[in-house]
Design a protein around this ligand. Structure first.
Ligand SMILES: [Zn+2]
Ligand SMILES: [Zn+2]
Length: 242
C-alpha cells in the first residue's frame, strides 16, 4: 500500500463564511505548525446564509500571497444555484480568484433527482474558471459518478475527497467517496484531499480521506495536493484564461 504525503489544504473557511470560526492568520499558523506548504482560503459564496458579500472576493490585491512561509491562495467555494449550472459569483469575480471550488448546499440548491443534480454539476464545470468539485460524495445529492468523473477528466477539473464528510458533515459520504475515487482512478483523473476546515485546528486533517485513497491504491501522482509543484502548475494554468 502506497503512503500518501499531503503538503497543502485547498479548502478552508474563515469567519467570513458566517459559520467559520478562525481568521486567515490562524489558518496560516496552524498550516505552518502542521508542516503544510500551501493553503487556500475558500469562503462560502454570498448566497449561503451569513456568507460574505460579493465585494469580499474583489480585494485580492490586499490579500497576502504568503504568510510565514506558507503559500496562500485566495479563492471561494461557490454554490451551484440552478439546473443550468449557474454559479453564485459571476465570471468577472471568479477571474479575480486564484482558486474556484464548486459545490451543492441545500440552503441554495435543494437536492433533486440524480439526473438533475448530475446535469447541474456537469454544466457548472463547463465554466473554464472552475477548478475543483467539492464533496461530490454527499448522499443528499445523488450523482451519476461515471458521468461526473468523465466530465471532470475531459475538462481538467479535480475531484475533492473531503475529510469532514467522514468526520463531522454529510454523514453517509464514505462509501460514495470510495466509489468516486475508484472511478477517478479508473478514468485516470485527479483528486484533491481537503479538510473543509471551519475551525483552524481542522486545517491539514486528512486522515480518513487519506486512508480511503491508500486502501484503494490510488496513484499518489494523481493527488493534486501531494506536491506544491502540482498545485502551482494546476492553478497557474488559469493565467491563460483570464
Ligand atoms: Zn460551510
Ligand atoms: Zn466548504
Amino acid at each position: 500500500m502506497v503512503k500518501l504525503n499531503l503538503v497543502g489544504d485547498l479548502h478552508t473557511h474563515t469567519v467570513a463564511s458566517g459559520h467559520g470560526y478562525s481568521t486567515v492568520m490562524e489558518i496560516a499558523q496552524v498550516a505552518k505548525r502542521k508542516k503544510l506548504e500551501v493553503v487556500a482560503i475558500t469562503d462560502h459564496s454570498p448566497l449561503m446564509p451569513g456568507g460574505p458579500p460579493p465585494i469580499y472576493f474583489e480585494a485580492r490585491g490586499h490579500f497576502p500571497q504568503e504568510i510565514e512561509g506558507i503559500k496562500i491562495y485566495f479563492g471561494a467555494e461557490v454554490d451551484i444555484v440552478d439546473e443550468e449550472g449557474n454559479l453564485a459569483l459571476g465570471d468577472k469575480l471568479l477571474r479575480k480568484l486564484d482558486i474556484v471550488i464548486v459545490s451543492f448546499h441545500p440552503q441554495v440548491f435543494p437536492p433533486t433527482s440524480r439526473d438533475i443534480n448530475t446535469q447541474a454539476l456537469l454544466r457548472a464545470i463547463e465554466n473554464p474558471l472552475v477548478d475543483i468539485i467539492a464533496h461530490p460524495g454527499n448522499p443528499r445529492y445523488p450523482l451519476n459518478y461515471e458521468k461526473v468523473v468523465e466530465g471532470a477528466v475531459n475538462r481538467g477539473k479535480v475531484i475533492e475527497i473531503n475529510n469532514s464528510s467522514f468526520a463531522v458533515s454529510r454523514r453517509g459520504s464514505e462509501e460514495n467517496c470510495r466509489l468516486i475515487a475508484q472511478e477517478v482512478k479508473r478514468q485516470g483523473g485527479w483528486v484533491v484531499v481537503s479538510s473543509d476546515a471551519h475551525f483552524c485546528e481542522e486545517v491539514g486533517e486528512f486522515r480518513e480521506a487519506q486512508n480511503l485513497l491508500e486502501e484503494i491504491d490510488f496513484p499518489p501522482h494523481r493527488v493534486l495536493n501531494s506536491t506544491k509543484g502540482n498545485v502551482e502548475q494546476f492553478l497557474n494554468r488559469k493565467g491563460g484564461k483570464r
